[in-house]
Design a protein around this ligand. Structure first.
Ligand code: ADP
Length: 752
């Protein structure tokens, strides 16, 4: 152990002397000279005190009881050969002095006079101490140097960096041995070589020229990165730092520096770079000075115009980038001025507060987010979300459309959660229950209607849907704001991602109206059946009346008087009319009961019309009415219909056109193609027409529109039958009527 030389003020000296008379004298001289003085009487005590706390010097009396002075000195000097000792002796003896001095004692002094304690001894002590300190300092320096060298060697050996030196010609003069472990080439290999001789020019590294330039200019450098390649050498990325060395007079002495292997770091950096490059998001890193450190292609793609300006290169300040954008025309409409936009953008960059989305003037939707890194830099992520936005908008549009459809469907549509609480209701639902959507959401049906029994019934159906996961149909009575109605409900499960029934959907339709119609239809059916059987019952006796009347009128053996002949003719006429009426009623009831067979086939229209005209001619002739058949220029020969029923319909229309015509009027029958696949047959007359206010009742059974009081015979059901038959054949019937007459038409499918 070596320690730095002590300060004079701290110097402690020990006087070993058995003659106590001398103690005071020594103390006087020593303290006067500025030493810390201690005194003991034997060699043993001296060693003990020295061991407890070492002295800087000892003054020892030659003759001591027990261990004598020379033995004490020997012991001390054996431990530390530079320990300063001054030996005192009562009687000067040349042999003793020689012994002492040869041991290494600093001085030997005879205590023959008191004044040596006051004058001589302090000076000798001073000299001894000085010599001791010089020795100590020299040893200290040497040791420190050795230690520093060892330390340097240890550092150099264990460090992951190697150390190097080059001379003024830039040739390597030193390489720490660990270079071999790190780079794979022994230190000696470098000695005397320049950079160029070592590797040859490294053309791949554009910075080499720059680096050599720096060396020529004798400037310091940091983190110069280069690639070490060569035959039989594992390629490596190395980094080096260096500083020039100058002599005191300023002459350049060379360089000194360190190098390190950064291959692993470089490779992970490259991996990271590659990962960043392949990211679909735009990525950029800015340093604490707001300069772009790096960015990937995707980042550039979200800023095409700025990128085109060449601003997205490392080193560009963020503010320059924003300004470039402004020049390229990117000033969001939200800001009044470019300066306002610039300061708002810089503020956001410096104090990021979450993601931000905006629409560029080029119609791109961009989402960006910036975050501070721990070293004061900024990470920026930019994503083109145009597609997502488009999809979102489409979804929103579709949702709106769906919502409108749902609201306008004449049904009640709702969604309930598993607890039977509404999460969605449509307009039909709200209208029926007389609530606003927000009043229904979160409530159960019981809370809405207050009808507990019904609510319990619905709840049990809902539970069934939840348990079975299947669709249920139900028909039941519901209490609403307007009273009771009958509903037909379809309940269906809506599953969550885990396949669990999450919601119960209900579509219910008010079928009260349908129920009423069904009841009406049943009543009408009963009526038809009644009429049918009645007509039947009436026809039998009527036929008998007509038969016997005919017999009366025609009996050649017993002819009737002229008067009776007139009466019987009256019976026959009215009987015929009644029979026609009964037949028509029977026809109608048959049609209504669905008992009329219909056979659709191609009907030859030309033959059919000629037939009908011939049959109607006697009736027309009675009143000098002309019947014309006009034809479409492209003659239409056929349509699809039931021959018998079509004939009945046409005869009825022609008969009406004659009946309600004026004398010497005209009936015009025309066939035309109404649409490519529809044939229209119209029957027009020149009669008085049908009063407008009565037209709507024309197809009602037994409604003769006031003609019942006229002398025109009729039953009021001919058109009713015609309409039923035309519709049975898949056609339409209609008319138009004015003061110039009426036109009735029927439309039927054309032949294929
Ligand atoms: P009706 O047996 O009374 O002729 P229809 O059912 O054939 O019964 O006709 C119903 C009513 O429509 C007729 O009573 C008549 O008032 C009116 N009508 C029918 N065809 C014509 C027409 N061509 N011109 C004027 N009125 C007509």
């Amino acid at each position: 152990m070596y320690s730095a030389p002590k300060q004079a003020s701290q110097r402690r000296i020990l006087y070993v002397e058995d003659d106590t008379d001398l103690h005071q004298l020594f103390r006087l001289g020593g303290e006067d000279a500025g030493f810390l003085v201690e005194i003991c009487s034997s060699g043993e005590d001296a060693l003990e005190l020295h061991a407890a706390r070492p002295f800087d010097l000892m003054v020892i009396d030659y003759r001591l009881p027990g261990m004598n002075g020379i033995e004490l000195a020997r012991t001390l000097l054996a431990r530390d050969d530079s320990f300063p000792i001054v030996m005192l002796s009562g009687v000067g003896d040349a042999n003793d002095a020689t012994d002492a001095l040869s041991l290494g004692v600093f001085s030997y002094l005879v205590k023959d006079r008191d004044d040596i304690y006051l004058l001589t001894l302090p000076k000798i002590i001073e000299a001894a101490l000085r010599q001791g300190e010089v020795t100590e300092r020299a040893e200290f320096a040497e040791t420190a140097l050795r230690e520093n060298l060892e330390r340097f060697r240890d550092f150099a050996e264990s460090s992951s960096d190697w150390l190097w030196e080059m001379d003024a010609d830039l040739r390597f003069t030193y390489m720490s041995p660990n270079v071999e472990r790190i780079v794979g080439v022994p230190a000696e290999w470098y000695y005397g070589k320049t950079h160029e001789e070592r590797f040859g020019p490294d053309y791949d590294n554009p910075h080499w020229e720059e680096h050599l330039q720096i060396l020529q200019e004798r400037k310091p450098f940091r983190n110069f990165v280069y690639r070490r390649e060569g035959e039989g050498i594992e390629p490596k990325w190395l980094s080096t730092n260096g500083k020039p060395i100058f002599a005191e007079d300023g002459t350049f002495r060379g360089y000194r520096g360190s190098g390190s292997d950064i291959t692993a770091r470089r490779e992970s950096e490259n991996l990271l770079r590659e990962a960043i490059a392949t990211m679909s998001e735009g990525f950029a890193l800015y340093d604490a000075e707001e300069r772009l450190v790096m960015c990937n292609e995707a980042y550039k793609r979200t800023l095409p115009r700025i990128s085109k300006l060449g601003l997205l290169e490392p080193g560009t300040k963020f503010e320059e980038i924003v300004r470039g954008g402004i020049e390229a025309g990117y000033t969001p409409a939200a800001y009044d001025s470019q300066e306002e936009h610039l300061s708002a953008r810089m503020e956001r960059f410096r104090n990021p507060n979450g993601p931000f989305e905006y629409l560029t003037t080029a119609g791109q939707w961009i989402r960006f987010e910036e975050r501070k890194t721990s070293n004061g830099g900024t990470v920026a992520i930019r994503t083109d979300i145009t597609e997502r936005k488009k999809a979102e908008n489409e979804l929103a549009e579709r949702e709106t459309l769906l919502r409108r459809v749902i609201d306008h469907i004449p049904a009640l549509i709702s969604l309930k959660d598993r607890d039977g609480r509404y999460v969605m209701v449509n307009k039909g639902f709200c209208d029926t229950f007389g609530v606003a959507p927000e009043q229904a959401i979160g409530k159960s049906i019981g809370e809405l209607t207050g009808a507990d029994a019904e609510a319990e019934r619905f709840a049990s159906l809902d539970r069934e849907v939840i348990e079975t996961g299947s669709v249920l149909y139900d028909e039941n009575d519901v209490t609403t704001a307007d009273g009771m109605y009958v509903r037909s409900a379809t309940k269906f499960p809506v599953f969550d991602a885990a396949g669990r029934v999450d919601r119960i959907g209900t579509v219910s339709v008010n079928i009260s109206h349908r129920k009423e119609t069904e009841a009406l239809r049943a009543a009408s059916q009963a009526k038809s059946e009644f009429l049918s059987s009645m007509s039947h019952e009436l026809r039998t006796p009527l036929n008998s009346i007509l038969g016997f009347s005919q017999l009366l009128a025609d009996d050649p053996d017993d002819p009737l008087s002229a008067r009776h002949q007139r009466y019987v003719q009256q019976v026959l006429d009215n009987g015929e009319h009644l029979l026609a009426l009964i037949n028509q009623v029977l026809d109608l009831s048959k049609i209504e009961a669905g008992k009329v067979p219909v056979k659709i086939e191609d009907v030859d229209l030309s033959a059919m019309l000629q037939d009908c005209v011939a049959m109607s001619k006697p009736q027309a002739d009675e009143r000098n009415i002309k019947i014309d058949i006009g034809r479409d220029e492209k003659s239409i020969d056929a349509c699809r219909a039931d021959t018998l029923q079509l004939r009945q319909v046409l005869l009825n229309l022609i008969s009406n056109a004659i009946k309600y015509n004026e004398d010497r009027g005209t009936v015009t029958i025309e066939v035309s193609r109404h649409a490519p696949e529809i044939v229209r047959i119209s029957v027009a007359d020149t009669g008085a027409g049908i009063p407008e206010d009565l037209q709507q009742h024309i197809f009602e059974p037994f409604n003769r529109l006031g003609r019942e009081t006229s002398n025109i015979q009729g039953s009021g059901i001919g058109l009713t039958i015609a309409k039923e038959l035309v519709e049975l054949m898949g056609g339409n019937i209609g008319f138009s009527s004015g003061s110039g007459g009426s036109t009735f038409w029927i439309e039927l499918p054309a032949t294929a």
